[in-house]
Every structure is written in structure tokens, then in C-alpha cells.
Design a protein around this ligand. Structure first.
Ligand code: CMC
Length: 383
């Protein structure tokens, strides 16, 4: 029998599983306790009693704000929500079928040179913090107005009295969002804001570690988040729930999918082998929302999928699963689910970029070469 990859190369961990790739003080995942803490605070407390703005402040500045610090921070975000017209001009030039993740990636590329600190070096910490605040302020504006543009509508101006959740929802619909929608959106942004060395954050750190700039790190992060094994899973999970359609079809669907060795979107996690802390909180919120809206079908389908996945594979839902049907119940178009993840995660990415640049070393791992060696060059005409 031939040796497995890990027997052949004991020092190699496929997918870098279990590899320690840095030291961070930003967040801690405790798989055994199914807990996630940002700077030492449980995310459930931040989602329940805090706000996305408090969370973003906590991540970027490393401490919870006082009341006056939070007021100042909210004012700063409100003053920074608008984006240059050039961003909208670029979004208008994209084909109609452009996915909103590609649109927001493009929007950040266009935005970068307009930042007042554009010319500052990557090592300018104060400039990086200012950039982070601008990035957090503008992400929701660009996702929501990008959505308007794709639907043939003109972008709207952000209102200074709106928080991040309200700003996104108002710009997306052109109407003042209901309080409950704002509350659920705000909690989901808090839960999505940060998650250690996940793929997109790690990619962002790799980018800035070359002394590239924060915006390049964000663009890298968006490109990495887009895939269905990472942030793209929330959109895919909703497509799956819509395909299943009603609870009476759920058992046959999941039996069939597992039989066919399909990956079930919104399930499984590299770090959580028991339960995803964020999914525990958001499942409760999504189910309550279903009861309030008089539409419990997705919660009922979720129960069947969760039970079967646990019994047969010992795999649990991740945050993307309840987020999907929570957003659906809030009336949000499916292809905005992953861009909403971006609106939240820019806080985490920016904070990691700042942390990386405060104590930087180029990130450059090795690979094992298994290709041919020492071949004799054959002239073109002899091949
Ligand atoms: N459905 C069915 N089987 C699964 C699933 C799933 N969702 N997730 C893992 N498995 C199985 C997998 O088939 C493999 O089985 P076997 O050893 O028999 O081949 C085993 O569990 C290990 O899976 P893996 O893919 O090697 O595990 P990983 O740590 O490399 O991947 C993951 C983690 C999240 C990519 C994976 O669980 C997955 O593809 N899940 C579906 C996509 C998803 O929901 N992604 C969102 C992740 S959390 C939020 C975020 O970061 O965006």
C-alpha cells in the first residue's frame, strides 16, 4: 500500500491544518467550549448588548470605548460614509451580471487612491488606523449603492444619523429599515466581524506583510472570502434551502446529498469540531425571526439537516447557515449575503493588517517539490 501524504511528509499539513502561522491579540476561538472572544469579550455579549460600532472600535483600538469615545467614533464613521463619484462611475461600467462580490472588490480598488492617506507608507500606523475607519465606514455604502446601480437605480446619499446596519439597509431599499431588521443585521455584523486566521484574513496579512497597503489587503480579503468554502457559503446555503423548499422534502434531500457525497453548504468548520459559537447565537435569532414573520419553514428544514448531519457525520452548522435564512427572512437578496460578510469583516481584516504591520515579517512558506529535475533542455525545433 502506498504511503499517505502525511506519512510521506510528516512535517507537511495539507491546507495548513493545525499550523501556527502567527501570534495575535485580536480574537480567540476555543473549539472545545464553542466560544469566540474578540479582545477577551464573548461575541454573544457583544451581539446581545453591544453594537457593530462598539465591536469595530474594540477590534481597531483594542479596548471597549467609553460613551464619549463611542459617540466620537460614530460621528467619525458618519462623516466618512460617502464615497467618491468615481466609484459609482466604475460600478456603472460593470456588466449587469457582475456578482456583487466582484463589484465590492472593484469598488475598493477604485476607492484606494482617493484615501487622504494614500501616499503614506504601509508602516505609518496612525495612517493605517485612519484608513481602517474609512474602510469600515464606506463598505456598506458601496455594497448597497452597488446593488442600486445593478438594478438601474441611482446611488443614494448616506444619512449621518444611521449606524452601519441602518446605512446599508436604507441605501439598499431607499426606505427607513424596521427596528427589528436593524437589530438582526447589527448582531450579524458583530458576529461576522472577526475570526482569527481564517483564509481571507490570512490572505490579507500575507498581502500587507510585503509592505503593500491596507486597501490591497482588503481587496485580497474580498477575493478570498468570495469562494463557497469560505464566505460564499451563506449564499450557497440559501440556494440549498430554497431548493429543498419545504420541510417534508428535507430528509430525502439530505439523505440523497450525503449518499452522493455532496458537501452541505453552511456546515462544517476547520476550527470548531463541536459547534460554531456564532451559529449557536444566530440560529436562535433566525428561528425567532421565522416565528415573528410567520414563516418557520427554513427553521424546520434546518432542524432536519442539523440532526442528520450531527448523527451521521458529527458535523454542525457554521455561522453561514443561520445567517442565510435570517437574511432571507429580512428580505435581503441572496447575492448580497456574502457582501454583507464583507461589510462586517473589513473591521477584522483592517485590524489584522494593522497588527501585522506593527510587527512585520514577510510571510513566505515553503513547498515540497515533486516535479521533474535535471532535464536536458531540448531546442524548440527538436520537440
Ligand atoms: N458537508 C459534508 N461533509 C463535510 C462537510 C460538509 N459541509 N464539511 C466537512 N465534511 C466532511 C468532508 O467530506 C471530509 O470527510 P472525509 O474525511 O470523509 O473526506 C471531512 O468532513 C473533513 O472535511 P474537510 O473539507 O477536509 O475539512 P476542512 O477543515 O478542510 O474544511 C470547510 C472546512 C468549512 C471548508 C468544510 O467543512 C466545508 O466545505 N463546509 C461547507 C462550506 C462552508 O459552509 N463554508 C463556511 C465555513 S465557516 C464561515 C466562513 O468562514 O465563511
Amino acid at each position: 500500500m502506498s504511503a499517505t501524504i502525511t506519512e510521506k511528509y510528516p512535517n507537511y499539513s495539507p491546507g495548513l491544518e493545525g499550523v501556527i502561522a502567527g501570534i495575535s491579540t485580536i480574537s480567540e476561538i476555543d473549539s472545545d467550549r464553542s466560544s469566540l472572544q474578540y479582545r477577551g469579550y464573548d461575541v454573544h455579549d457583544l451581539a446581545e448588548y453591544g453594537s457593530y460600532e462598539e465591536t469595530a472600535y474594540l477590534l481597531i483600538h483594542g479596548k471597549l470605548p467609553t460613551k464619549s469615545e463611542l459617540d466620537e467614533f460614530r460621528k467619525l464613521l458618519a462623516a466618512e460614509r460617502e464615497v467618491p463619484e468615481a466609484v459609482y462611475t466604475a460600478l456603472k461600467a460593470l456588466p449587469k451580471e457582475t456578482h456583487p462580490m466582484d463589484a465590492i472588490r472593484t469598488a475598493f480598488s477604485v476607492l484606494a487612491p482617493f484615501d487622504p492617506d494614500y501616499e503614506k507608507p504601509a508602516t505609518d500606523d496612525a495612517a493605517n488606523v485612519r484608513k481602517a475607519v474609512r474602510i469600515v465606514a464606506k463598505a456598506g455604502t458601496m455594497v448597497a449603492n452597488g446593488h442600486r446601480i445593478r438594478n438601474g437605480l441611482e446611488p443614494l446619499k448616506p444619512k449621518p444619523e444611521h449606524n452601519t446596519a441602518q446605512n446599508f439597509l436604507y441605501l439598499m431599499t431607499g426606505e427607513e429599515p424596521p427596528a427589528k431588521t436593524v437589530q438582526v443585521m447589527d448582531a450579524s455584523l458583530t458576529l461576522y466581524a472577526e475570526h482569527g486566521f481564517n483564509a481571507s484574513t490570512f490572505a490579507c496579512r500575507v498581502t500587507v506583510a510585503t509592505l503593500s497597503d491596507l486597501y490591497s489587503g482588503i481587496v485580497t480579503g474580498i477575493g478570498t472570502l468570495r469562494g463557497p468554502l469560505h464566505g460564499g457559503a451563506n449564499e450557497e446555503a440559501m440556494k440549498m434551502l430554497l431548493e429543498i423548499d419545504t420541510p417534508d422534502k428535507a430528509q430525502a434531500w439530505i439523505d440523497d446529498a450525503l449518499e452522493g457525497k455532496k458537501k452541505i453548504m453552511g456546515f462544517g468548520h476547520r476550527e470548531y469540531k463541536k459547534r460554531d459559537s456564532r451559529a449557536i447565537y444566530l440560529t436562535k435569532v433566525a428561528k425567532e425571526l421565522g416565528v415573528e414573520k410567520g414563516d418557520t419553514r427554513f427553521g424546520d428544514i434546518a432542524d432536519i439537516l442539523e440532526k442528520t448531519m450531527e448523527e451521521r457525520k458529527n458535523i454542525h452548522p457554521n455561522v453561514d447557515f443561520p445567517a442565510a435564512y435570517a437574511y432571507y427572512l429580512l428580505g435581503i437578496p441572496t447575492d448580497l449575503y456574502t457582501p454583507i460578510f464583507v461589510i462586517a469583516r473589513v473591521a477584522g481584516w483592517s485590524t489584522h493588517a494593522i497588527e501585522q504591520l506593527r510587527n512585520n515579517r514577510l510571510i513566505r512558506p515553503k513547498c515540497i517539490y515533486e516535479g521533474d529535475a535535471n532535464l536536458k533542455y531540448v531546442p524548440l525545433e527538436d520537440r
